[in-house]
Write a protein that binds this ligand. Structure first.
Ligand code: EPU
Length: 346
């Protein structure tokens, strides 16, 4: 096992924040990882670094999960089971699926990050979420060094949420994900307005999974900054989900408030299960507060999508964090709604 010391984490987080790890190890196999957890327990797990705001140096062993492999493990008439190692880059996995004509993840094209970190926040975009195709998640229990297989319903997936972010936070390292993908007969999800517009622009009336992937790539490239050019972590905040009465109050004051109706999820109280809730785009509220496109030193708010905070080069994690707090305060003062960070703040 090769442990490096005093390593800059700038290349390992898409925000491009320059903090240091006192010790760092690049893990390329499950065997090495198992050996590690048998010897050390107190470390910091780093996957694709795409949902992370680092505000300070990390005085622990940083474990970079970097093992690869994609394989079909079972084939049925209309579907396949595919096992993917945690260190695979998410978008490369999506492109592999498109190449093999396996459907289900095309709407999730170009989402930054790795396959092993996708379950933690149940990544989602354009009407599809990670949870829609996952069958099982394999993870290593840090305490015992044993591999546990989580069936989908044991993962408690919700909107940008899972058991790995809550009850089991820090207990497991995700090692593999098993997906069920369609073969031949794909169920396409092209209902999202922006996808329809992009397909229409290209005169595509009968889209393939590749056409949907291409449309999503074009939409994302037009709205979201490329982390290779401008540091960012995608949506910095979650879209708040509010009750009908809160929404009506909001609409009275701001009649043009955009919204999506959603069913309450993960509610333990069955009476609430069918309650309709309202998701309000946080990006709209941030824009209404006048932040869209603003820049404060090297920290800023993206010009095309106010939900995305950016690092123009040398912003510190603390500067981005302070900006996010300032935005949260303004949104609360104007709309009476508390918006929560979606990224993990360390
Ligand atoms: N809007 C504005 N101004 C903005 C941004 C958005 O007014 O600057 C309003 C518009 O009314 C727009 C609506 O918000 O119609 C929705 O915007 P958009 O379609 O860009 O989606 P979003 O709700 O802001 C969510 C996800 C994105 C995902 C898109 C598309 C969250 C936190 N974000 O953003 O995910 O790509 O939907 O499905 O749910 C990510 O998680 O990193 C991410 C990029």
């Amino acid at each position: 096992m090769q442990i490096q010391t005093n390593i800059s984490l700038k290349p390992y987080n898409t925000f491009g924040i320059d903090v240091k790890a006192s010790r760092f190890i690049n893990i390329t196999s499950l065997d090495i990882l198992t050996e590690l957890v048998n010897n050390e327990k107190d470390f910091f797990i780093l996957g694709g670094g795409s949902n992370l705001l680092l505000t300070k140096d990390i005085d622990k062993l940083v474990v970079h999960i970097n093992f690869k492999g994609i394989k079909v493990i079972e084939e049925f008439d209309n579907s396949v089971l595919v096992q993917v190692a945690a260190g695979e880059v998410w978008h490369e996995f999506v492109l592999w699926c498109i190449d093999h004509d396996f459907g289900g993840v095309e709407n999730l094209s170009l989402i930054p990050g790795n396959v092993g970190t996708a379950p933690i926040q149940n990544i989602g975009a354009y009407g599809v979420e990670f949870k829609d195709t996952v069958v099982k998640v394999e993870a290593l229990h840090i305490e015992t060094g044993e591999v546990r297989i989580f069936k989908k319903d044991e993962c408690h997936f919700g909107y940008r949420n899972s058991v790995f972010k809550n009850d089991l936070k820090g207990d497991y390292i995700i090692t593999n994900v098993i997906f069920k993908l369609s073969k031949n007969k794909h169920t396409l999800n092209s209902s999202y307005g922006a996808i329809q517009a992009e397909l229409a622009k290209n005169n595509i009336s009968e889209p393939t999974i590749k056409a949907i992937s291409d449309a999503v790539i074009a939409i994302r490239q037009s709205k979201l900054p490329d982390p290779k050019k401008i540091g960012n972590s995608g949506s910095f905040f979650k879209n708040p989900v509010i009750s009908k009465s809160e929404f009506e109050k909001l609409q009275e004051k701001f009649p043009n408030t955009p919204f999506y109706e959603v069913k309450s999820e993960n509610s333990e109280i069955s009476i609430l299960k069918s309650e309709i809730l309202y998701k309000v785009p946080a990006g709209w509220m941030v824009e209404q507060c006048g932040y869209k496109g603003k820049r404060y030193g090297d920290a800023g708010i993206h010009k095309n999508q106010a939900l995305v905070l950016v690092n123009y080069g040398n912003a510190t994690g603390k500067e981005i964090l302070d900006l996010s707090k300032r935005i949260q305060k303004s949104v609360f003062e104007k709309f009476g709604i508390a918006i929560e960070a979606e990224v993990n703040i360390i």
